[in-house]
Design a binder for this molecule. Structure first.
Ligand SMILES: [Zn+2]
Length: 213
């Protein structure tokens, strides 16, 4: 994983400052570290017990695809303020990837219907373009590396922004950034607000559909 601190897109920086981090850094910060003797992987080694120095090279390896590297280094994530810490790290994968994403979205529709991850989800076909994005080969590899529990935790408790060409980002989970940005702009004075500095983020919400903000 890149050791350089990546530049946070301006629109995310304005809203979240240091809370906006790459997916890779977010994952490393969330995993409570243990020794391999009391880890749930029972000595097979996982992200939870390889130690701080080994965690980065466990998460991203030399032969990993560019898409996977981009996912970890260019996709930005913001933890919600109310997110409880992850006390226990369980590295196992019990669910199929597709089923895990579908069930997480179906739970979220009940608990936080405004979450972007629910946008466009068809309950009959159990599909949406966000399901398709979150089940790409890069996300599948990530699931194998981090396990079900952390993946569900990320999808339910964070805002996720995918990198698109030309330095644009698309939100695929979390409170719609257009709602947060609208509130934030109310506090920005006319003299400091410079729309030209903002790179667009595509915002999805249940009622508004796709918008550039
Ligand atoms: Zn372990």
């Amino acid at each position: 994983m890149s050791t350089k601190r990546p530049r946070v897109p301006p629109v995310l920086w304005r809203l979240f400052h240091n809370r906006a981090r790459t997916l890779g850094h977010t994952i490393l910060s969330l995993v409570p570290s243990k020794t391999s003797t009391n880890c749930l992987c029972k000595g097979r080694q996982c992200l939870g017990c390889v130690g701080e120095n080994g965690a980065t090279s466990f998460l991203i390896r030399e032969k990993d695809s560019d898409d996977y590297r981009k996912l970890l280094n260019k996709c930005f994530v913001v933890l919600s303020d109310s997110t409880p810490p992850l006390h226990v790290y369980d590295p196992h994968c019990r669910w199929s990837h597709l089923e895990l994403v579908r069930r997480t979205i179906e739970m979220t529709i009940i608990e936080q219907p405004n979450n972007v991850i629910c946008s466009g989800y068809d309950k009959m076909s159990r599909f949406s373009d966000i399901v398709e994005l979150l089940t790409s080969p890069a996300w599948s590899l990530l699931l194998k590396r981090i396990g079900d529990v952390l993946m569900v935790y990320l999808l339910k408790n964070t805002s996720i922004f995918f990198r698109l060409p030309r330095n644009k980002h698309r939100q695929v989970a979390g409170v719609p950034i257009c709602d947060l940005r609208r509130k934030s702009l109310l506090h920005v004075s006319a003299t400091t607000y410079k729309p030209s500095l903002l790179h667009p983020v595509y915002c999805y919400s249940q009622n508004l559909g796709k918008r550039e903000v």
